[in-house]
Design a protein around this ligand. Structure first.
Ligand SMILES: Cc1cc2nc3c(=O)[nH]c(=O)nc-3n(C[C@H](O)[C@H](O)[C@H](O)COP(=O)(O)OP(=O)(O)OC[C@H]3O[C@@H](n4cnc5c(N)ncnc54)[C@H](O)[C@@H]3O)c2cc1C
Ligand SMILES: Cc1cnn(-c2ccc(OCc3ccccc3)c(C(=O)O)c2)c1-c1ccc(Cl)c(F)c1
Length: 467
């Protein structure tokens, strides 16, 4: 514990993506940092199970990495995805650019990213990493934490600030639910996800176009592929658990993929597809919103611990990384007065985090309800065309979310404003067409009257001339 002007002591609980980055942020503020992770040091582990192999890193996450001088290092091992590649049922592929040449998302290896962040945190003399330390409980008044080690020992520590970066099933958030007035909402969706792999070709090349986010939109079923450095792709299949459960045999797997994703079969390889599908398990996806994120001047939760979201916008990590920027800004603004900074953090971040959690769920519903490849293409082409015609007044929602640091809740507000303008524009257009049509018909009628009148006059002239 420290006095007013002494070095503040923070415990970051959770050495995943957000916790390891947060440790770098606090180290940059010259805090004493204890980073606690319940798993073993992933840098020493053979494989790290149960995590998406790669992720899409976009603007918000890059800005956070830049703040601690890690953006270039991470981008060195990232693969830019400059467009979506939409796969039709007949195997035809359609690229749709994300925008201008500097607007692309990045496929990054989750484990590599976590390792870079842990190594960067550990390099700071004021940071100590404690692996195999599982948080059991913490005291929100005294700042005391109790951990269980691999050897079954209980270890305690007392700090000025407890930061909960312990993920969607956070122990710290669970305790906040017990000990404080935490509003909490959680929703599991009926879909699960399973990761498969498209290996590199025998000539050790990518089996598909490399700088793309490959998407197979099939309404209820969706599949995506992000490229890896070893020239493989990580495929993520999103499907209702009830469908996963109906696919029991190798023949079931092949029938399903022949019906839904025929072009992917030669890429994955029939033998590999059968093996990996049978050995993999579909995992759940949960959406979590809560408020507030803090307790007095003692505790704050960030990342998935505060706002887990379904992965249909590719923003969970980007949002958690941006959390680190926002808290850092609030500590700057309030000169490290923890009580003021934490309160300001919740007030600023809560509406934005809830907005992106809702947006991700909206995408899930939207894509599942009405988006096959034709519809996906159409919507994106309309988006890009309107943006080309009205570059400053029509910005696609995906562009605002992925290629700007516009506050998430303002992205929605701006989109709603755009929709209003567009729908009134369409209404005006429709009305103009109707009025135009009416005037045209009236003009035609008038012309018809004139012609009829003329015909009458000519006929009477002819009569007089007895012709
Ligand atoms: C299929 C899928 C695809 C995704 N794709 C993307 C994407 O493309 N782009 C994107 O931005 N996001 C994506 N995400 C979301 C992203 O994975 C998460 O938002 C991100 O990992 C959250 O990081 P975190 O550090 O908050 O939590 P986590 O990554 O879950 O880390 C929490 C850490 O805390 C540790 N821990 C837990 N409990 C304790 C305890 N009691 N004591 C000590 N340590 C503890 C855990 O071991 C873990 O290391 C995806 C998620 C999924 C599931
Ligand atoms: C990992 C990652 C990074 N970004 N995105 C993403 C998300 C949504 C998108 O469009 C929404 C939309 C398209 C068509 C109609 C409505 C909404 C786009 C896009 O515009 O390319 C890209 C994903 C992703 C994650 C899961 C699935 Cl299932 C998926 F398809 C993509």
């Amino acid at each position: 514990m420290s006095g007013e002007n002494q070095v503040k002591h923070v415990a970051v609980v959770g050495g995943g993506l957000v916790g390891s980055l947060n440790a770098c942020f606090f180290a940059k503020r010259k805090y004493k940092v204890d980073l606690y992770e319940m798993r073993d040091d992933i840098r020493t582990m053979e494989i790290v199970k149960g995590r998406s192999i790669n992720l899409a890193l976009s603007c918000r996450g890059r800005e956070a990495l830049k703040h601690v001088g890690l953006e270039d290092e991470v981008l060195k091992t990232a693969i830019p995805m400059r467009a979506r590649m939409i796969h039709d049922l007949d195997g035809t592929c359609h690229p749709i650019p994300y925008g201008k040449s500097d607007q692309f998302i990045n496929s990054v290896d989750r484990r590599l990213l976590n390792e870079v962040l842990l190594t960067a945190a550990e390099k700071n003399p004021q940071v100590t990493c404690h692996f195999n330390h599982k948080l059991l409980k913490c005291d929100f008044n005294t700042g005391e934490l109790t951990f269980l080690t691999k050897e079954g020992k209980e270890v305690k520590n007392k700090v000025d600030l407890i930061v909960g970066n312990d993920g969607a099933f956070s122990a710290i958030r669970r305790q906040m639910m017990k000990d404080t007035l935490l509003d909490y909402n959680q929703e599991y969706i009926p879909h699960g996800y399973m990761e498969l792999t498209i290996p590199a070709t025998p000539s050790n090349d990518f089996a598909m176009g490399v700088n793309y986010l490959h998407i197979w939109p099939r309404n209820e079923f969706m599949m995506i592929a992000l490229p890896n450095l070893d020239k493989s792709y990580t495929l993520t299949l999103f499907m209702p658990f009830e469908n996963f459960n109906q696919i029991k045999t190798e023949d079931d797997v092949m029938d399903f993929f022949r019906r839904m994703f025929p072009d992917s079969i030669p890429l994955i390889g029939e033998k590999f597809l059968k093996e990996i599908y049978q050995s993999s398990k579909a995992l759940p996806m949960v959406s979590i919103k809560c408020s507030p994120y803090h307790v007095k001047d003692k505790v704050v939760i960030m990342g998935d611990a505060a706002h887990a979201m379904v992965p249909f916008y590719g923003q969970g990590m980007n949002c958690g990384f941006e959390d680190c920027i926002v808290l850092n800004d609030m500590l700057d603004k309030h000169s490290d007065d923890l009580e003021l900074a934490l309160k300001a953090y919740t007030e600023h971040r809560n509406p934005d985090a809830k907005a992106i959690v809702d947006l991700a769920m909206y995408n899930y519903v939207e894509m599942r309800k009405s988006v096959n490849s034709k519809m996906f293409l159409l919507r994106k082409k309309i988006d890009n065309m309107l943006h080309w015609i009205f570059p400053n007044s029509w910005v696609p929602l995906y562009t605002m979310v992925s290629f700007s640091r516009e506050r998430y809740h303002l992205c929605i507000a701006k989109r709603q404003q755009q929709d209003k303008v567009l729908s009134s524009f369409i209404q005006v257009g429709v009305v103009s067409l109707m009025v135009g049509g009416f005037l045209l018909v009236r003009r035609l009628n008038q012309t018809t009257d004139i012609v009829t009148n003329l015909q009458g006059r000519i006929q009477s002239l002819l009569d007089r001339l007895h012709l």
